[in-house]
Design a protein around this ligand. Sequence first.
Ligand SMILES: Nc1ncnc2c1ncn2[C@@H]1O[C@H](COP(=O)(O)OP(=O)(O)OP(=O)(O)O)[C@@H](O)[C@H]1O
Ligand SMILES: [Mg+2]
Length: 494
Amino acid sequence: MSYVLEMKEISKSFPGVKALQNVNFSVLPGEVHCLIGANGAGKSTLMKILSGVYEKDEGTILLNGNEVKITSPSDSKENGIATIYQELSLVEELSLAENIFLGNYLNPKAGLIKWNQLKNEATELFSLLGLSLSPNLLVKEVSMGLKQMTEIAKAISTKCQIIVMDEPSTALSGDEINKLFDVIRLLKKQGYTIIYISHKLDELYTIGDRVTVLRNGKWVITEELNNVSEPQLVEYITGRKIEKQTKQHIYHQKEEFLKVHNLTNKHLKNVSFTVGKGETVGLYGLVGSGRTELLRAIYGADKLIDGEIFLNGVKKKIASPKVAVNEGMGLVPENRKTEGIIANLSIEENAFLPSLNNYSKSRFLQQTKIREKMKESIKKLNIKTPSPKTEIRNLSGGNQQKVIISKWLIHQSKLLLFDEPTQGIDVGAKDEVYKIMRDLANQGTSIVVASSEIDELLAICDRVLVMFEGKIIKEYLSPANQKSEILNSAVSGT
Ligand SMILES: Nc1ncnc2c1ncn2[C@@H]1O[C@H](COP(=O)(O)OP(=O)(O)OP(=O)(O)O)[C@@H](O)[C@H]1O
Ligand SMILES: [Mg+2]
């Protein structure tokens, strides 16, 4: 069969990084082709070359057998390629319809935009995706799932044949992911070809036809998913075998560090619990159960109506994240792009932001000390970067997440709050992050971690609390052996 897309011998370097070396990537018409690999393997770069964001150094691109030159995003669009980037590109303050047609307004004759036509077209696009959704809603009013759907509507509004989705499921909940899969199946039926990037290997088997693995900027294998097992994929991705670990229950209740009593606000109802020094407590629950909101309330990011927070037995008023950080807390937030990083600062600046006071002497920064500490962190977390001075936005998604974690390691936080800590992190690095969390706990750091991945909590937590509608409804003291009970109680609310 002839390929719809062939990328041949593609190479691309950035200062200090060979991001792609002679990569071959061929896609069949109408297939869902999964593109996988560790953080920094080159997935997004390959797709950005296809979408005209980056220019390749070497190689050729063929569409339907003909060589094409793609040197700008508009070249790519004209060739029928639509890309949904890892970091969504919607404008929060505009409506869904406006976003879909942004830069592409229908018939803008004499500067006039036909708003009604635009809205009708948007409604039609949504219905093609099986959604009945008002195009007047503002982006900031809708869930991550609907934002992703709006990006897809935007893609198919451009009359494309190939749709690239770069980690579309990372920030979605279980239900939203299922909806996304329904839409992908629908698109496939309508004849679209999909390139699908994800770190969640189980998803590939649900939705994918074939898979290509990249490692360190090089092509490793292209294979039908039916012919390759998950452990084999892990080996292709990491270049080594990884055994799944679960937490051995070794925690013995020690001194209490955090105590929250009757926390109440818009999203929380009388939440009380404690965390010991060196203890790791997991928060599990469905989307909207209040996991994120509880972390934000403790961190002073959301206001409390009622309730008290004690650290080391002393009552504290945590009025803002700044106060929280001064009290020795750190938060790894759910939304990396808007809350976790400052995009145009360097890795080093991002990592040292909360700790500058500890690294200055009579108002001078101790540059050498900073440099050494940063080097150590880059090594410890295996952060893939040419230099500590690189702007953080130039790192791959998973490596940005590691920098955020390093920030709180450097700060020597006593209480760490993790919200979806391994979001966008590859299978190999996940275990590294778990190990770092375990090491921190062993050194006495108290940890609260919210996750929608139950296996993640089972691997790292001493105790799991289940939340439902803003309340803690159950506590599990031996989570590794209580998976089905935890799942049940999160769903049933009992
Ligand atoms: N604009 C840029 N400037 C400098 N280096 C870059 C730039 N874009 C990507 N890189 C580097 O190229 C390499 C490949 O990055 P890429 O974003 O393609 O990885 P990825 O496979 O998408 O990873 P992830 O799973 O973490 O998203 C990384 O080492 C990254 O730091
Ligand atoms: Mg990427």
